[in-house]
Design a protein around this ligand. Structure first.
Ligand SMILES: [Zn+2]
Length: 178
């Protein structure tokens, strides 16, 4: 009797396990689908996309969130984006993860010494602009990415434009050329 009960419990456990695995698969498919749609839209709408070359694994660890929180969704997203842009002769620029995009003032260029992760807003001590952390970082990443392509916002493009549209720039190992 007890043996049978154990068998039933074990069968239920197996059934549950299959249900959970199916759910995981469904969620993973939905997310992949979402990332395909998002990267498609971005690749259609923009000629050059500048992103920060984040190390999500290290970030997960330092935020103490664990690897499963990200499940490398960012890695999947950037690889989709990369090949979709490339297919269209467009460019994905990865700005090195050491570039201080968050703590550099996008208005005057002042670089703050410290900016903790919970500071979502900060005031530049030099020009007193109040920054939204993410918006400020995005402006800097765009500027830095275009700079890496040899494009200057103020002066317009220079250099060989065919080169600009055919090269995927991966300079994460090198310091930005300022
Ligand atoms: Zn400033």
């Amino acid at each position: 009797m007890i043996r049978n009960l154990k068998l039933v419990q074990y069968n239920n456990y197996c059934k549950q396990k299959r249900v959970v695995a199916k759910l995981h698969e469904k969620v993973a498919n939905q997310r992949r689908d979402f990332l395909h749609k998002l990267s498609n839209r971005i690749a259609n709408d923009y000629d050059v996309v500048c992103i920060e070359d984040l190390n999500m694994k290290a970030m997960g660890q330092c935020l103490n969130l664990g690897k499963s929180v990200f499940d490398n969704g960012w890695g999947m997203f950037t690889s989709f984006l990369n090949y979709k842009l490339e297919d269209k002769g467009k460019v994905l620029v990865k700005v090195g993860k050491w570039y201080p995009s968050s703590k550099t003032c996008s208005v005057c260029g002042y670089e703050k010494e410290e900016l903790s992760l919970n500071e979502r807003e900060w005031e530049c001590p030099n020009c007193h602009t109040i920054h939204d952390r993410d918006m400020n970082a995005a402006i800097n990443i765009k500027r830095q990415g275009l700079h890496m392509l040899g494009y200057d916002e103020n002066r317009g493009a220079h250099g060989d434009s065919s080169l600009i549209l055919s090269t995927v720039v991966l300079l994460s190992e090198k310091p930005p050329l300022l």
